[in-house]
Design a protein around this ligand. Structure first.
Ligand SMILES: [Ca+2]
Ligand SMILES: [Ca+2]
Length: 116
């Protein structure tokens, strides 16, 4: 019988294959967050939905808030919803950026200067 002959063949190829197929996929990137949020002094601030696409990938990643001295841009650069880059643009054309250091939770100044 053919079926008996096949059944007698060595190891099960399915088991062998399973050892190599490890679906260690990261969290689904297709999840679309609604609001950006930021942690400040152990409080979480919900800033509302992103409405600016700063890197032109078709997904809004930032929102802007007017301030007394210009404009503040809150950016979530890795799409997890948490703001990790803040750029303050002053009315005189100067700007300064701060990036969130994920290991320490500290905001670190990364860039500053003048626009244009
Ligand atoms: Ca984007
Ligand atoms: Ca983020």
């Amino acid at each position: 019988m053919d079926s008996e002959f096949l059944a007698g063949l060595g190891g099960d190829p399915a088991d062998e294959q399973a050892a190599y197929v490890q679906h260690a996929e990261p969290a689904p990137a297709s999840e679309v967050y609604d609001n950006l949020w930021i942690v400040e002094n152990d409080r979480i601030w919900d800033l509302g939905p992103a409405d600016v696409d700063t890197d032109a990938d078709g997904i809004a990643d930032s929102l802007t808030r007017p301030g007394p001295d210009g404009l503040t841009v809150y950016t979530d650069s890795d799409r997890d919803g948490q703001v990790d880059l803040i750029t303050e643009v002053r009315k005189d054309g100067g700007f300064s950026s701060q990036r969130l250091d994920p290991s320490s939770g500290e905001w670190i100044a990364t860039d500053s200067g003048r626009l244009g």
